[in-house]
Every structure is written in C-alpha cells, then in structure tokens.
Design a protein around this ligand. Structure first.
Ligand SMILES: [Zn+2]
Length: 351
C-alpha cells in the first residue's frame, strides 16, 4: 500500500487550492508524483498512467457507507477515505517507546497511524444534513471521496440542504469547493460556530501553541479562510449550546480549534453525539488522553477538552460518531484502568 503523508499532502493541497485554474488531472499528477517519488515529481516518467493506477487502487472494495437510525431519522456514516502519518508526527512529545508499545499491543503499524475520515449524513424531519464535507482536493487520492460514496448510496450532492461544520480543518471543510472553486453542495445552507468562523477569517491568524511546522500551519489557514469566505453568504453562525437546526444542538469542543463544535442529534428518545476532533485514534488518544496531539491548535487545551468529553460520554454511555476512528466510527467509550477504551458498534445488516 502506498502511503500519503498527511502533512505533505496538505502542502500540496494548498498548492492545488491556489491554482484552481489548472486542470484537476494536472494537480493530481503533481500530488501523486510527490507521493510516489518523495518530492521528486519532475522525474516521474508517465504521471497520467500513475493517476489512473492510483485511482483504481483507492476505489473502495468494501462498503463505504453504513446505514443506521437515530430515533426516527435515517442516517449514514459515509467514508471520505483515509489519511496517515508517522506516530512521531501525531504525538511528537510522547515517549516513542511508549507509543510503539501501545501500537504493538494492538497489532497496529508502528510506522504509520491510519486515520479514517468519516462524515455523517442525517435525514431529519425537515432537512437532509451533512456533518462536515470531507477533504475534497486538500489531500492526495486516499481521501476526498465523500460525495462519490454518498452518490453511490443514492444521495446526490444537490440533495443536501444543510451542512453543519464541526471545525475548519481541511479534512472537514476541504470538500466545500471543487478544483475550479465552485460549490460542490450548491443547494446547502452552511452552519459553523461564530468563534470558529471569526478565528479563521480574521485578517491575521496565528497558531502560536501549535506543534505543526510553519508550512503546514499556512496550509491550514489558507484552506480554512478560502473555503469559509466562499460560503459566507450562505453561512449561519451560532454559539455553543444553540440548537443549530431542530433536533441538532452544538456542544462546545474547543481545543483542537478555538470554535470546534460537536453535535448532539436527538430523535424519539435516542441520540447520537457526532464529535469533532476531540480524540482521533484508538488506542493512542483513549489509552493516553494526556498525550498532546500535533493537530490540536492548542495541544494543552486539547487534552483538557479530551478529558472532559471522555468523562461525560463514558458516564452517559453515549453513542458517538468519531470522525477519525476506524469506519464506521460509531461506538461507545468505556473506562479502562485510569483511561479509556473503545467499543465499536456491532455491524447491523438491516436497519
Ligand atoms: Zn479531522
């Protein structure tokens, strides 16, 4: 399996974002050249052949949607694909030996942390809702497949009337615009927290506590601002605790980003908490919630937010959808020693 590093893909995604006039295939060739040749794209002999091969490689063989219900509401988890990064990049301040030990104990790669990218589709009694938009072209070919997987499940992009954003990182808002800068979800009204929108669209955006390198930070900022500005005329801002639309309430999950929201969806005595990026990877973040995560804009606050959410959802025995847990990312958190463990739902074949 070929591996695309999250951070190099983001830099390339920024390049793509800044050059929307180019044909998609050309930018994809450049991305793939970087992936395959370790930043020596110019020596790639036949990039188009590589694109075709890579697209074939990344087309899902297994199900990329999971149907379920929240009370009376039909729902689907829809995969956008996968991202990966070295453990030392993900939790850079953690003891490498301890990280390797946890991964080994769980039969996981010690070289790469694989993160799924799961988005949620819900049909309420009034709206066809997408929570987050996937990566779009922000990363390489392993991600950005949300809308094609949604279409394969019978929901067209034009069917979506409501998009609720957890936060403005590229794997959550990168799907707003296509390579030409057009809206991929042309009939949608967008919702994001006032704090989140204000932070990323400010004249000056700074991430002084971030553990990321400057190039990656610049990519985050450009993608957030570009996408949020493009939808500002069709965006409704809310404050934490608000009912964003009927049956869906915003829950403060700041730390990863300043205005990140999770969403509590309630119908007929049932509920689901669609989290933002509060914890990422089972078992690293659950067994070691105090390990600071590079993707958290304020890693110390990220730890606090993670601890708070984990304590609450464990006590409430709350069903969660978690964006980067293994697909479909639905499950519960349970206490485990002085930390936490993950119990995925049992796959249901009929809904
Ligand atoms: Zn994310």
């Amino acid at each position: 399996m070929r591996v695309q590093h999250w951070y190099s893909a983001l830099s390339q995604g920024l390049l793509n974002y800044l050059s929307r006039g180019q044909l998609l295939v050309l930018s994809a060739c450049v991305s793939l050249g970087l992936v395959l040749l370790g930043n020596s794209a110019l020596s790639q002999p036949n990039p188009l052949e590589t694109v075709i091969e890579a697209v074939g490689e990344t087309a899902p063989t297994n199900a990329a949607v999971y149907h379920f219900k929240v009370g009376d509401f039909k729902a689907m988890v829809v995969s956008d694909g996968t991202l990966s990064f070295p453990p030392s990049f993900f939790v850079p301040k953690a003891d490498p030996n301890a990280v390797t030990a946890v991964l080994t104990e769980h039969f996981l790669s010690t070289e790469e942390v694989f993160a799924h990218v799961n988005a949620l589709y819900v049909e309420t009694d009034e709206h066809s809702v997408l929570v987050d938009t996937g990566s779009g072209d922000a990363f390489g070919p392993t991600a950005g497949h949300l809308l094609e997987n949604l279409a394969a499940a019978g929901v067209a992009a034009t069917d979506i009337d409501t998009v609720i954003l957890t936060h403005a990182h590229p794997d959550h808002i990168g799907g707003i615009l296509d390579a030409e800068g057009q809206l991929r979800l042309p009939n949608a009204q967008f919702y994001i927290s006032q704090t989140e929108a204000a932070f990323w669209t400010a004249d000056t955006v700074e991430l002084p506590k971030s553990l990321l390198d400057e190039e990656t930070k610049a990519g985050l900022m450009a993608t957030a601002k570009g996408n949020l500005m493009a939808i500002r005329d069709r965006t409704t801002l809310f404050t934490m605790g608000d009912e964003v639309i009927p049956h869906i309430q915003a829950i403060d999950s700041a730390g990863h980003t300043p205005g990140q929201a999770s969403y509590l969806i309630t119908s007929a005595e049932e509920s689901l908490l669609a989290t933002g990026d509060v914890f990422f990877s089972d078992p690293l973040n659950l067994e070691n919630p105090d390990w600071e995560v590079a993707f958290d804009g304020d890693p110390a606050q990220g730890v606090i937010a993670r601890r708070q959410l984990l304590e609450i959802v464990t006590a409430e025995r709350r069903l969660l959808l978690v964006p980067h847990m293994p697909f479909p990312g639905l499950g519960h958190v349970r206490p485990q020693a002085d930390a936490y463990g993950w119990e995925p739902i049992v796959w249901q074949f009929t809904v």
